[in-house]
Design a protein around this ligand. Structure first.
Ligand SMILES: NC(=O)C1=CN([C@@H]2O[C@H](COP(=O)(O)OP(=O)(O)OC[C@H]3O[C@@H](n4cnc5c(N)ncnc54)[C@H](OP(=O)(O)O)[C@@H]3O)[C@@H](O)[C@H]2O)C=CC1
Ligand SMILES: O=C(O)[C@@H]1CCC=N1
Length: 275
C-alpha cells in the first residue's frame, strides 16, 4: 500500500465534504479519494478537484482501503446491505460517521466479520480544526486503528474512547457542539446590533472573540473557569453579564441541551438499529 490509503466516501453531503476538504487542504491526494451518491451531477465539484465520483456505491468502494460511511443514519441499513458482497471480497476498513448507529448493526448489515471504526467527527474538519471521537470494534487490527487515526488526524483532534456507549456523549459535546457555538454567535450578533453596532461590526467582533477565547483556552495551562475570572474585574462590566447568565441558569440550560442530544443518539440506536 502506498503512503496514502484509497478512501471511498459513501454519501457526499455536509460531513463527507467537510472531511474531504480538510484532507485535501492537508495534502491528501484527491486522486486517492472516491465519492458516491445517487445524483452524480451533485458531485461535479468533487470530480473537478480530481476525485473519482460515481452514482454506484459498490463501484466507488471497489479496492478501497477505507470506506467512509457518510449517509444519514436513517439510510444506513438500505445503503449497507447491498455492499455486503463487495465487503466480504475486499475486506476494507469501514469508518462510520453516523450518529447513533452501532458497530454491531453496521457489521450485521455488511454481512459480518467487518472491521469497523465508528467516528463522531464535526464539520470544522473542513478547516482542519475538527474534533473526532473514535471507537474500534473487535475486528479492527492495530494497523487499521493506526491508519484510521492517521487519516482522521489530518482533519483535527482525534481521540479514542474505550466504550462504544461513550460516543453518545462525544456526539453531545463535539459532534453537535459546533451548532451550539454558532447559536451563541447568532445571539451575540443580534444583541450587539440592538446595542447599536452594524451587523458587519457585530459579526466580526463576535467571531474574533470566539476564536480568541478558544485559542487562548487551548494554548493556556489555565482552566476556562480561571480564564473567565480574569476577564471579570471586581465590580466591573463582565461580572454583570456573568451574574445574568448564572441567574438564568446557563449551566442547567447547557446540561439539559446536551442530555437531549445524547438521549436522541441513544434513541436512534434503538429506533434504527438491528442489535
Ligand atoms: N452534519 C454534521 O455536522 C455531522 C454529521 N454526522 C453524520 O454524518 C452523516 C451524514 O450527515 P450529513 O452529511 O449532515 O448529511 P447530508 O444529507 O448532507 O449527506 C448525506 C449524503 O448521502 C447521500 N445519499 C443519499 N442516499 C444515498 C445512497 N443511497 N447512497 C449513497 N449516498 C446517498 C446524499 O446524496 P443526495 O444529496 O443526493 O441525497 C448526501 O450526499 C450522518 O450519518 C450524520 O449522523 C456526524 C457528525 C456531524
Ligand atoms: O444532528 C445530527 O444528527 C448530526 C450528528 C452530529 C451532528 N450532526
Amino acid at each position: 500500500m502506498s503512503q496514502h490509503p484509497t478512501l471511498a466516501f459513501i454519501g457526499a453531503g455536509n460531513m463527507a465534504r467537510a472531511i474531504i476538504g480538510g484532507l485535501i487542504s492537508n495534502g491528501f491526494p484527491a486522486d486517492k479519494i472516491r465519492a458516491s451518491s445517487p445524483t452524480v451531477s451533485k458531485l461535479a465539484d468533487l470530480a473537478s478537484q480530481g476525485l473519482f465520483v460515481s452514482a454506484n456505491n459498490n463501484e466507488a468502494m471497489l479496492s478501497a482501503d477505507i470506506v467512509v460511511l457518510a449517509v444519514k443514519p436513517q439510510m444506513f441499513k438500505a445503503v449497507l446491505q447491498p455492499l455486503a458482497i463487495t465487503a466480504a471480497k475486499n475486506k476494507p476498513l469501514f469508518i462510520s460517521v453516523a450518529a447513533g448507529i452501532t458497530s454491531d448493526s453496521i457489521n450485521q448489515w455488511l454481512g459480518g466479520n467487518q472491521a469497523i471504526v465508528r467516528c463522531m467527527p464535526n464539520t470544522p474538519a473542513l478547516v482542519k480544526m475538527g474534533a473526532n471521537g473514535l471507537y474500534a470494534n473487535s475486528h479492527v487490527s492495530q494497523a487499521q486503528r493506526d491508519q484510521a487515526e492517521r487519516v482522521l488526524s489530518a482533519t483535527g483532534l482525534t481521540l479514542w474512547v474505550e466504550q462504544e456507549e461513550q460516543l453518545h456523549a462525544v456526539t453531545a459535546v463535539s459532534g453537535s457542539g459546533p451548532a451550539y457555538y454558532f447559536l451563541f454567535m447568532e445571539a451575540m450578533i443580534t444583541a450587539a446590533q440592538k446595542q447599536g453596532l452594524t451587523k458587519e461590526v457585530a459579526t466580526q467582533l463576535t467571531l474574533q472573540t470566539a476564536r480568541g477565547a478558544a485559542e487562548m483556552a487551548l494554548l493556556s495551562d489555565i482552566d476556562p473557569a480561571e480564564l473567565r475570572r480574569r476577564v471579570c474585574s471586581p465590580n466591573g462590566t463582565t461580572e454583570q453579564a456573568v451574574f445574568s447568565f448564572q441567574a438564568n441558569h446557563l449551566d442547567t440550560l447547557v446540561d439539559n441541551a446536551m442530555q437531549a442530544c445524547a438521549s436522541r443518539s441513544i434513541e436512534m440506536a434503538k429506533e434504527l438499529g438491528d442489535d
